[in-house]
Design a protein around this ligand. Structure first.
Ligand code: ADP
Ligand code: MG
Length: 275
């Protein structure tokens, strides 16, 4: 008998979600108490590309930081393949650290300027080796070559330093590092918001291709609804820490139910020209 809390990932119509989030709340105490995430529940299924949209300060980053166990909720539960990650000490979070990788907004601050690109990209592999004592360094060199190629960077990038690259290339480096350990879930927080408009589409297309090719599940955060429509099949709209509307990208963009969502969409000039 299989354990129902660890479903077989090869099942085509996997009924068990990758993430199951229930009644999640994060309060930042202080002189002015902030309820950054307020009673959020959501489910992320295998292969889903979930967009989380909302204005600045709506709680998007706080929510995904908790999904990645970089922040602890005040209340509620997060299950990854049925296993709760709440209250689990870091040394027991190996299952999450291997499965979930992140890409952040600003590759300038997320890439260590003193490290060579090759070391930056293989760093998650070294961390995993420390956790599992399994893979050998030779695999790392092969994987480095693979992921550099996958993100469209020349092989000699490995010897260079982040400052030698453009903003778009730096974000490709960050994506290569996230993909190196073969994650199941990619969480991206405003991954193109710091980039020139001219390179945004290239990076989004790259992400789309990689998610397809590697069969990833993606959680993609952006304040920019056009960007989310480009890469996501479903979307959750956040306001004041709550999810006020959720559905398929088509439902939410074509037939938004909430006045807040309607206002967000109305603020995008190009949407108005569509039926
Ligand atoms: P978003 O990513 O949607 O812009 P955030 O999750 O960053 O929103 O922030 C949600 C709310 O929580 C904001 O009011 C923000 O000021 C507050 N907040 C975020 N991080 C902290 C923190 N470490 N301490 C106190 N307040 C915070
Ligand atoms: Mg944010």
């Amino acid at each position: 008998m299989s354990d129902p809390s660890t479903p077989d990932p090869s099942t085509p119509d996997d009924p068990a979600p990758v993430y199951a989030v229930r009644d999640l709340t994060r309060v930042y105490p202080g002189s002015r108490t902030v309820v950054a995430v307020d009673n959020v529940s959501l489910t992320v299924r295998r292969g889903q590309r979930l967009g989380i949209v909302g204005e600045s300060g709506s709680g998007k980053s706080t929510l995904i930081r908790m999904l990645a166990a970089l922040d602890r909720p005040t209340a509620g539960d997060i299950r990854l393949h049925g296993r709760s990650i709440i209250g689990v000490p870091e040394r027991r979070l190996g299952f999450l650290r291997s499965a979930v990788q992140l890409v952040f907004q600003d590759p300038r601050s997320s890439l260590d300027p003193r490290m060579r690109v090759g070391d930056i990209i293989t760093e998650p592999l070294r961390s995993r080796m420390m956790r599992h004592r399994s893979d050998v360094p030779d695999d790392h060199a092969a994987r480095l070559t693979e992921v550099l190629e996958a993100v469209g960077l020349p092989a000699d990038s490995a010897r260079r330093f982040p400052h030698e690259f453009s903003g778009g290339q730096r974000q490709r480096i960050a994506i290569a590092r996230a993909l190196a350990p073969r994650p199941e879930v990619l969480i991206a927080d405003e991954p193109v918001s710091a980039l020139d408009v001219s390179v945004r589409a290239q990076v989004l297309n790259l992400l789309n291709d990689l998610v397809d090719r590697m069969g990833l599940t993606m959680i993609f955060v952006s304040h920019d609804l056009l960007v989310v429509r480009h890469v996501c099949d479903s979307v959750a709209v956040m306001r004041g820490g709550r999810i006020v509307e959720a559905g398929t990208t088509e439902q939410v963009y074509q037939r938004p139910q909430e006045p807040y969502t309607q206002a967000l969409l109305a603020a995008i000039p190009t949407i108005r020209f569509e039926r």
